[in-house]
Structure formats: structure tokens, C-alpha cells
Design a protein around this ligand. Structure first.
Ligand code: PMP
Length: 364
């Protein structure tokens, strides 16, 4: 007999991240992982550099300074915050602590791939709720709740669609769930959203005892390489996850850089402004080429190649890669004929549009 992993684990498809290479000698414009084109905040780089001088020491297992910075900036109590090695880790901890064999967890049709992976890794069953107009559908989610349901994942805004659910709808979702079901609001892209009817979830977490919100420093804060995420939730849930996490789940450079980045509010404001400007420009330019683009409030666009263009995403991807523009294939998310493009530098955005115009045989 050979060792066998627990049931369900071998059904998991390996998560393949966005490509990060261009052909030799071609300038790389990596637009495949929704990273910021603006780099990390200089204050965070300096804080990380200082932390590297003490590598012989374990990091602070409580990540106290990082929690304090997050609490200060968002007006929260540090007791309600848990930091993770990226928000991916926190999503996994939620599954580890709240799911087991026989349980179900719901996510939406085009939801973030990590949900399905972590639900299966916990031995539970993912239940997929269809979307409406590539947007989460509260009624479809609620219709799938059974007595086996323990978690509901909602990425808001969602990756890879870039669509969002207005706060009233999120509130309606929470109100419709049984009290023992934890609603996970994954707000990885919250800082980019400029809509009055959007809320990342802070108010809902504060007002209820079955909602958590996850956030990340990987996107607008420019620290994807250090892996820093955080969760805001009721003390009982935070303390549950706290027991199961690795004792030193964040490294010292991540804690120091995260705290410095959290406090650099001017950096985030400028990054949000830059993104809004280029998100709009890029969406319009792509539509001008006859491509369908899903309306996005994040830092990326889902670009469809179906009817308008007549040629497929795979060909477009190969054409773009040859020219150094690396985008994300999203077949694994249920979009075989689309590419996800992160908003990049001005040069990258203009260059990608020009390359797509060439691909389609049109002028940009
Ligand atoms: N949630 C969503 C919706 C994401 O798109 C991502 C990053 N791709 C994450 C969570 C994970 O972010 P990280 O682990 O880098 O914090």
C-alpha cells in the first residue's frame, strides 16, 4: 500500500500563476497578475531593508506593528485583525478551521480559483453559484445554501471579471444566510473602487458576528513579493484562525514593509488615481478596437475575443507575448476566449493596445 492523501486532494487542479517572461531581448510588460505598475512605496522598501539587518531573529509572531498600523489607518481594534502570508493563507485558514468532509462551501461561477482549491483541500465540497452579467447573484447564492453550507466566498470586486456587488446587495446576502454560515468578503481590490454604492465590508463585519473581510498588500500597496494579507473579523473567528496558523507566518521584512506601506496613505491615493485614469483609457481604447470588455472597477480588464474580433484569445496571447505584453489566460476561470489585462504603466497600456490593434488589423 502506498500513502494516500485524504479524499478530494488529488481532484485539485494545480494553481498556475500568470506568466512572467517575455522572449529573450524583448522588454517585458507583465500585465498578468494584477500587480501595480508603480512599484512598492519607498518607505516600505526602506523598512524591509532595516528588517534584513536582524535575520538571525525570529519575526514578531503577533505581527503587532503591522496590526497596529492597519488598525490605525482603518479605525479598527487590533483584536479583530489577523495577518497572513498573503490573503491566500487566510482563505486557506478559514477552510481549515470551518470546513471538513461532508461540509459545503459556496463560491460564484467565475470566483477566485483559490476558493475551490482550499475548499477541496479541507475535504469539503465546493458549490458553484451562477452569476448574472458576470456579476455575483445574491439569489443564486442563497438558493444553494443547505444545512451543510459552512462558508460563502464573495470576491468583491471579483477577479477576473472586475465586477462588483453594491453594498446593499452584500447586506442582503448576509441577511439571507443562516447565522452559522461565515460570509467571507474578499476585498483584495477594494482600494481601487470609486463607486458610492461599494463597501469593502468593514461596516458589515462590525455589525454582525458571521462576516469576515480579507485584504491584501499585494495589489495597490505594491508588496506582492513579500506576501502580506490581513483579515478583519469578529474576535471569535480571529482567535480561531490565530490558533491554527503557523506561529511565525509573516516574515520580518513583510511585517515591517506592510506597516510602513499601510501608513503611506498618499501613495495609495496616487495609485488609485493613476489606476482610474488608465483603467478608463484602456477600456475605451480596447472597445474602440471592437473588443468587448467587461466593465471593471479593479486594476484589470477582462477582454473578450468572441464575436467582435473573430480571432481567439490563444492567438492574441501568443501575438502579445512575442511583443513582450504578458496577459493572463483565464480558461481556468471559465473564460476560454478572453484575456485578463492588468493596468500597467502608460507605456505598457499604450503598447498593449497598439499591439492588439496590429493583431486585429486595425488602427489604434
Ligand atoms: N483574492 C483575490 C480576489 C485575488 O485576486 C488575489 C490575488 N490574485 C488574492 C485574493 C490573493 O492575494 P494575496 O495572497 O497576494 O494577498
Amino acid at each position: 500500500m502506498k500513502p494516500q492523501p485524504k479524499s478530494g486532494v488529488l481532484d485539485i487542479e494545480i494553481y498556475v500563476p500568470g506568466k512572467s517572461r517575455a522572449p529573450e531581448g524583448i522588454k517585458l510588460h507583465k500585465l498578468s497578475s494584477n500587480e501595480t505598475p508603480l512599484g512598492p512605496p519607498p518607505a516600505a522598501v526602506e523598512a524591509a531593508r532595516q528588517a534584513l539587518l536582524h535575520l538571525e531573529q525570529y519575526p514578531d509572531g503577533q505581527a503587532s506593528d503591522l496590526k497596529a498600523a492597519i488598525a490605525e489607518v482603518h479605525g479598527l481594534n487590533p483584536k479583530n485583525i489577523l495577518c497572513g502570508n498573503g490573503s491566500d493563507e487566510l482563505l486557506g485558514l478559514l477552510c481549515q478551521c470551518y470546513l471538513g468532509p461532508g461540509d459545503e462551501a459556496i463560491h460564484t461561477e467565475h470566483g477566485f480559483l483559490v476558493y475551490g482549491i482550499q475548499i477541496r483541500a479541507a475535504g469539503a465540497t465546493p458549490v458553484v453559484a451562477p452569476e448574472k452579467d458576470r456579476t455575483a447573484d445574491v439569489d443564486a447564492i442563497l438558493a444553494r445554501v443547505t444545512e451543510k453550507t459552512k462558508l460563502v466566498f464573495l470576491a468583491n470586486p471579483n477577479n477576473p471579471t472586475g465586477t462588483y456587488l453594491p453594498f446593499d446587495e452584500v447586506r442582503r446576502l448576509q441577511a439571507g444566510l443562516p447565522g452559522n454560515v461565515v460570509l467571507v468578503l474578499d476585498a483584495a481590490y477594494a482600494e481601487y473602487v470609486r463607486r458610492n454604492d461599494y463597501g469593502a465590508g468593514v461596516e458589515l463585519v462590525s455589525a454582525t458576528d458571521n462576516v469576515v473581510m480579507t485584504r491584501t498588500f499585494s495589489k495597490i500597496y505594491g508588496l506582492a513579493g513579500l506576501r502580506v494579507g490581513w483579515l478583519y473579523g469578529p474576535e471569535t473567528i480571529v482567535s480561531t484562525l490565530d490558533r491554527v496558523r503557523g506561529p511565525f507566518n509573516l516574515n520580518a521584512a513583510a511585517i515591517a514593509a506592510g506597516a510602513a506601506a499601510a501608513r503611506d496613505r498618499a501613495f495609495v491615493e496616487e495609485a488609485a488615481r493613476f489606476n482610474a485614469e488608465w483603467l478608463e483609457w484602456t477600456a475605451k481604447a480596447l472597445e474602440g478596437l471592437g473588443l468587448e470588455v467587461t466593465p471593471s472597477v479593479g486594476n484589470f480588464l477582462l477582454v473578450h475575443f468572441d464575436d467582435a474580433a473573430g480571432r481567439g484569445a490563444a492567438e492574441a496571447d501568443a501575438f502579445l507575448t512575442e511583443r513582450g505584453f504578458i496577459m493572463r489566460r483565464v480558461a481556468g476561470y471559465g473564460f476560454p476566449n478572453a484575456l485578463r489585462m492588468s493596468i500597467g504603466t502608460e507605456e505598457a497600456n499604450r503598447g498593449a493596445v497598439a499591439a492588439l490593434a496590429e493583431f486585429l488589423g486595425r488602427s489604434s
